[in-house]
Structures are given as structure tokens and as C-alpha cells.
Design a protein around this ligand. Structure first.
Ligand code: PAF
Length: 280
């Protein structure tokens, strides 16, 4: 595995691979890799000749009072994981290389970026779509891999790729969970032992809704109410939102339909966690 920090150097290596008709799989990350990322990397490895993983904690997607400074960083461990998974290139650019002084261009997916998490994290998805566009332009992958845990992010990126005719296929892989159901996230590192116990309530609320839907309950208001009641029982929990929405436009749905996204964001102490399921 090679660790590349320079954009031009990476482009040169990848142009050579492309000229040899090698397919390129890409896994963009912010590091602090966990089993969820490993599943994405393994899938990319299986499906492509050449695999690039990027690690870049993107300042643009963090609000001024968010956790950019304390976001977990462990590049040595991440290198070890990527090496073990037979990644060809770990792209690890410096901030000034990605955002030189006088950077002025942003990518924004209107109508989707303001909803759900966007309401509570203004500017977040503009940061995500801008950096992902830059990374796609640098890597020019055949396939890029994302996790279902960040459902809204995946929906927005798919829309951006469609709208801007980006020549990349987006694959979204299932959320990886701890044995008790907690969705893996780099932010789980922040949780104290007590908070970790309470954090499972996100997955429990989604499971409760799933069970009720299976029993024939389809009224969103009542499902959301039941999920909120369950979450509120945890003393460390504070709800940002619990939502039942259409998987394409993220508009609230009055009733569960064929393909519905159940999504929630909950603070557990000082840590904001998200989770979701899609009802098929
Ligand atoms: O999901 C993430 O880790 C980030 O939002 C991404 C896609 C790497 C962009 O910074």
C-alpha cells in the first residue's frame, strides 16, 4: 500500500491504472476506521482491480460549535487497517491542499440538504457534497462506496451524481451494528460507559417501529410518538428528530408505504448519534 498526500501524484498513478483498463473502487472516509468502513473496503476490493481509500477530516462539514477539533484521529491504526485489507492507495491530503487560500466553489443539493440533519447542522451537507465532488474529481472512481448509516448523505450524493452527470456508480452498504444493535460510528468513541448503555435506544426505537409496522401499524404520527416515548426514558438522551420520510425527496410521510426511511438523530450526553432503517 502507498500513502499519497499530493493530489497531482495521485492523479498520475490513477491515470496509469486507467490506461491499463483497471477499474477503480473508492472508499471516502474521515478516518477512525471501524468495522463499517472495513466492510466497504472489502466490497471495493472484491469488485475492483484497484482500491483507493481517502482519509480527510473535512472541516467544511462541521459547524463552528461542532466536534471538528476533537473528531477521533488515529492515522497509524487506520494505515494498519488499510494495509491489512490490501488497499492499494491511502489518500491522506493536508487541509491546505484540499482547500487552498481563496477557495470559493461549493456544491449544494437543494431541497434535500436542509432536511432532517440539515435542519440541525446547517452547512453540513454542503460541506459533504463539496468535498465528495473534489474527491471524485481527483480519484475518478468507477464505483464509490458509502454506508447506509448515513442514509441522508447517501441519498444526497446519489442525487448529486445524477444531477451533475458524474461518471461514478454509488453503492450503499448495510449499517454494521454492535451485538446489542448500536450502529457503528466513529463518534461512539466519545461515549462514557453509561452513555454507551443508553445509546442502544436509537436502534431499539427503530426496532420497535419495525415490529409495529409488521403488525400492520402504518400511521407515522403514532409510530413517531411511540419511538420518542421510548427514547425519552433514557436520562442521557435528547432528541433532535425522529422522522418517517420518502427515500427520494425526504418529505414526511403520513403513512408507511412501500419504501420508507425511518431516521433519527439523538444526543446521548454531548454526542450526537444518528441511525435509520428502510422499510421495504
Ligand atoms: O461519511 C463520511 O465519513 C464523510 O461525510 C465523507 C463522505 C467521507 C465526506 O467527508
Amino acid at each position: 500500500m502507498r500513502i499519497i498526500k499530493e493530489i497531482q501524484q495521485l492523479k498520475k498513478i490513477l491515470a496509469k491504472q486507467r490506461s491499463q483498463k483497471k477499474s477503480i473502487g473508492f472508499v471516502p472516509t474521515m478516518g477512525a476506521l471501524h468495522e463499517g468502513h472495513i466492510q466497504l473496503i472489502r466490497r471495493a476490493r472484491r469488485e475492483n482491480d484497484f482500491v483507493v481509500v481517502s482519509i480527510f477530516v473535512n472541516p467544511l462539514q462541521f459547524g463552528p460549535r461542532e466536534d471538528f477539533q476533537r473528531y477521533p484521529r488515529n492515522i497509524l491504526r487506520d494505515c494498519f487497517i488499510c494495509c491489512n485489507e490490501d488497499v492499494d492507495i491511502l489518500f491522506y491530503p493536508a487541509y491546505q491542499k484540499m482547500y487552498p487560500a481563496h477557495f470559493r466553489t461549493y456544491v449544494y443539493v437543494e431541497g434535500l440538504s436542509e432536511k432532517l440533519c440539515g435542519r440541525f447542522r446547517p452547512g453540513h451537507f454542503r460541506g459533504v457534497t463539496t468535498v465528495v465532488t473534489k474527491l471524485f474529481n481527483i480519484v475518478n472512481p468507477d464505483i464509490a462506496y458509502f454506508g447506509q448509516k448515513d442514509a441522508q448523505q447517501a441519498i444526497i450524493i446519489k442525487k448529486m451524481v445524477e444531477d451533475l452527470n458524474m461518471p461514478v456508480k454509488i453503492k450503499v452498504l448495510p449499517t454494521v451494528r454492535e451485538s446489542d444493535g448500536l450502529a457503528l460510528s466513529s463518534r461512539n468513541n466519545y461515549l462514557s460507559a453509561g452513555e454507551r448503555k443508553d445509546a442502544v435506544v436509537l436502534a431499539q426505537a427503530l426496532s420497535l417501529a419495525k415490529r409495529l409496522i409488521k403488525k400492520g401499524k402504518t400511521d407515522s404520527r403514532s409510530l413517531i410518538h411511540k419511538m420518542r416515548q421510548l427514547i425519552k426514558k433514557k436520562k442521557n438522551a435528547k432528541i433532535d428528530y425522529v422522522a418517517i420520510v420518502d427515500t427520494h425527496n425526504l418529505e414526511p410521510l403520513k403513512k408507511i408505504k412501500r419504501k420508507t426511511l425511518l431516521a433519527l438523530a439523538v444526543w446521548i450526553g454531548k454526542t450526537r448519534l444518528i441511525d435509520n432503517i428502510i422499510i421495504n
